[in-house]
Design a protein around this ligand. Structure first.
Ligand SMILES: [Zn+2]
Length: 128
């Protein structure tokens, strides 16, 4: 049941993301180095079909995999960031990371549903 549930979610991911998720794109496993069709990795829950290593799952994909379609509503998107400990270069790192990830924060928090049950969800993301 879980596998079919995730495959249903995969179809949803494929339909929402355009050519990059068309299934023809090849990606390289960071562990075994083999080239694998992205679609095969996604169907296999972001696990390498050759060696079994895990690929990074970006925040939006994780939310699509977990939540019922179009139920996730992010919270705190307008929250201001501060640097109370005065880390050098923090603002520049924050700007670069936001550009690379397309996210405003390292964790996305919000409300969604799984099989119709409401929940709060937090998903961490980072860049490589
Ligand atoms: Zn591999």
């Amino acid at each position: 049941m879980l596998k079919s549930f995730i495959r249903d979610k995969y179809i949803q991911v494929k339909g929402n993301t355009g050519s990059k998720e068309s299934g023809q794109e090849m990606i390289v496993c960071p562990d075994c180095g083999k080239k694998i069709k992205r679609a095969d990795v996604v169907v296999n829950n972001y696990i390498c079909t050759s060696c079994g290593s895990y690929f990074r799952v970006r925040t939006r994909n994780r939310i699509r995999m977990v939540c019922d379609r179009n139920t996730f509503v992010p919270w705190f998107e307008e929250m201001e960031t501060s640097n109370p400990l005065n880390f050098p270069g923090y603002e520049e790192k924050l700007r670069e990371t936001r550009e690379k990830t397309g996210l405003s924060e390292g964790i996305t928090v919000g409300q969604g549903e799984i099989f119709g049950e409401k929940l709060c969800l937090g998903v961490c993301d980072s860049i490589d």
